[in-house]
Design a protein around this ligand. Structure first.
Ligand SMILES: Cc1ncc(C[n+]2csc(CCOP(=O)(O)OP(=O)(O)O)c2C)c(N)n1
Ligand SMILES: [Mg+2]
Length: 381
């Protein structure tokens, strides 16, 4: 790598002490509007980025994660269009929020996702096959939370935040230093569940980081319709540490999450991070966003693309063309794996549904299972 204008942090992570004072100043003014940034849309360091320095090795890791995650996303949507998946929930545009936050956690920290956190799952080593199984309609969930410490997707908005808070209460009882991370959207923040989870976590000083990806939309409802004060301002009311970060700046998300997580791990109580980002595609493969948002709005956010931004930073820092062409080739190979793994997924017998509904046999379920088996085995037309 040639000489470059960037300061490499002496420590491979951004200096927590310096970052802490910068963030503390922002917390004294919770209504401060601009989210925290280290790298701007052009790939240049902001004043905070210049003061603190950024870690170029980390930038490369996060950039690679994002490129692979977006590739999975594009392939999965194509597979849905070809009839290989029933439904797909697109996440492109939100990669920085996801990889920046998950890479700031320890591998044993537990994660309670919503349904759009594909990049988080990939970073935790969940295979494309396990990730896509649910969307092919083959099972309720494709991976083992005991292995990845990532719990199953929650499609019932906000419930995962209560699960996370309950789990964190257990972590506290075990006197463990694990942190629990839960992801939710701006729309889910309107659910009572999320507000109960925030309050219980604060009241119990529980080790939870609540990570809201404010992607500006809840299907066709814009964030502005759902709240009168910015979400991160709610943190103070509930008694959590609040953070507001540019969710398209992977390095800033990483730094902020690292800072929040260190406080939470030290027993100082839960944190709420609001990451400003944007869902560049539709809500799901069943949605047509052209019906409710303008081309201008989309173009404005495309200019803030998290992948382009980090690529510009790395190129300005002298990272070679070879690095980017190798990554492109790696993404092509990965895309082939995604397609092959998806098509090799075979559905479980529907009878498995009856096994996991109640802990003990239940007469109604047994009767329904008998009907299903009779139909499956041809005894009933
Ligand atoms: C309890 C509940 N109510 C409504 C829905 C229907 N629903 C699915 S996604 C969605 C919008 C969620 O928006 P947001 O929380 O911002 O997350 P995003 O989809 O933008 O990631 C709604 C209303 C649901 N799944 N669960
Ligand atoms: Mg949303």
């Amino acid at each position: 790598m040639s000489a470059h204008p960037l300061t490499l942090a002496a420590d491979p992570t951004v200096s927590t002490a310096d970052l802490g004072s910068l963030l503390a100043a922002r917390q004294d003014d919770p209504a401060s509007t601009a989210p925290f940034q280290l790298v701007d849309e052009n790939g240049d360091l902001t004043a905070a980025g210049q003061d603190l320095g950024v870690d170029l090795e980390l930038a490369q890791v996060l950039h690679t994660d994002m490129v692979l995650a977006r590739r999975l996303d594009h392939e999965a949507l194509a597979l849905q269009r070809q009839g290989e998946l029933h439904l797909w929930i697109m996440a492109w545009g939100q990669e920085a929020a996801q990889v920046g936050s998950i890479r700031a956690l320890r591998g044993d920290d537990h994660v309670f996702p919503s349904y759009r956190e594909h990049a988080v799952l990939l970073c935790r080593g969940i295979s494309p096959a396990d990730l896509l199984r649910q969307w092919r309609g083959a099972t309720h969930s494709g991976w083992d939370p005991a292995e990845s410490h990532v719990h199953i997707n929650s499609l019932v908005l906000g419930t995962q935040t209560l699960h996370a808070t309950g789990y964190a209460a257990g972590v506290r009882l075990d006197r463990s230093d694990e942190v629990v991370m839960t992801y939710f959207g701006d729309g889910a923040a309107s659910q009572g569940d999320v507000n109960e989870a925030l309050n219980w976590a604060a009241a119990g000083t529980l080790p939870v980081v609540f990570f809201c990806q404010n992607n500006q939309w809840a299907i066709s409802t814009p964030t502005a319709t759902q709240m009168r004060t910015p979400l991160h301002v709610r943190a103070a009311g509930f008694g959590l540490a609040g953070y507001h970060v540019d969710g398209n700046d992977a390095l800033a998300v990483h730094a902020v999450t690292q800072h929040a997580t260190a406080r939470v791990r030290a027993g100082e109580g839960p944190a709420l991070i609001e990451a400003q980002t944007y869902r560049l595609a539709g809500h799901s493969s069943s949605d047509d966003p052209k019906r409710y948002r303008t081309d201008d709005e989309l173009a404005g956010w495309q200019a803030k693309d998290p992948i382009t931004r980090l690529e510009r930073l790395l190129r300005n820092a002298g990272v070679s063309e070879r690095h980017f062409s190798d990554l492109e080739a790696r993404a092509d190979t990965f895309a082939v794996e995604v397609r092959e793994q998806a098509k090799a997924i075979h559905g479980e017998d529907l009878a498995v549904v009856f096994e996991h509904t109640y802990a003990e046999p239940h007469p109604v379920m047994q009767s329904e299972l008998a009907q299903h088996l009779a139909r499956r085995d041809g005894a009933v037309a």
